[in-house]
Ligand binder design. Structure first.
Ligand code: ZN
Length: 224
């Protein structure tokens, strides 16, 4: 048998009511933030009512002057990787306000960077320090049995090394001059100058920026 339910229509709930009740729950729990599930067990209104009004739970927390917990737990490395992504997509250093654009180029808001680093400029400085601290791997000594076959570096180019290469080359394809700054459809890669398969190492001196077209054209001639 199906349980009988009535649907009660609540009077229009004001933003003040919602924020007030959110603050009340935080105060009762003596916490600086409240998760949606904590609120749903102690709050007066439905979590969906908040989401309809504020779009995101974090934005409701912000409106109530509470901490948005998800933002506190983003590791620095993810924030840096996102800067590298935005930078290489734009083909140049991003402006702080470009993080707020609606095309979702950036995964994180300018406010996230400002609260973590103090300002966008300081975030860029910390990013540069982090990227530049990626040192070229020191080749490991070859054992006597592996003299001709042993690779010293991994073929894979990690994102920090890739960012170093693309930023060093001003995000410009070193063969045809294409750049996402001029043409947003251009996709750039870091490419081994001397192919890895032919003994080229994954070190910044042996890497260059190529666009996808040139990279494909090049691999027609020899496998990288
Ligand atoms: Zn190119």
């Amino acid at each position: 048998m199906t349980e009988f339910r009535v649907q009660l229509r609540r009077r229009n709930i004001s933003e003040e009511d919602l924020i007030g009740d959110l603050k009340r729950v935080a105060t009762e729990m003596s916490k600086s933030t409240v998760t949606a599930s904590e609120y749903s067990s102690k709050g007066q209104f439905g979590v969906n009512t908040f989401l309809r009004r504020f779009k995101q739970w974090n934005l409701a927390l912000e409106a109530a002057g509470l901490e948005a917990p998800n933002r506190q737990h983003i590791p620095d490395v993810e924030l840096f990787e996102n800067i590298a992504d935005v930078w290489t997509h734009l083909g140049r250093q991003p402006l702080g306000r470009e993080l707020e654009k609606t095309d979702r180029l950036s995964k994180f808001s300018l406010g996230t960077y400002e609260s973590r680093f103090g300002s966008w400029n300081k975030a860029l400085l910390a990013f540069a320090d982090f990227i530049n601290s990626e040192k070229t791997l020191t080749p490991t000594p070859k054992s006597h049995r592996e003299v001709t076959t042993q690779k010293r570096t991994n073929r894979k180019i990690n994102w920090r090394l890739r960012a170093q290469v693309l930023i060093r080359d001003n995000c410009i394809c070193q063969m045809c001059g294409a750049s996402p700054a001029k043409d947003p459809t251009v996709v750039l890669h870091a490419d081994h100058i001397k192919p890895w398969s032919k003994g080229g190492e994954t070190v910044i001196e042996n890497l260059r920026t190529l666009c996808l077209k040139c990279n494909i054209g090049k691999s027609d001639m020899h496998a990288d």
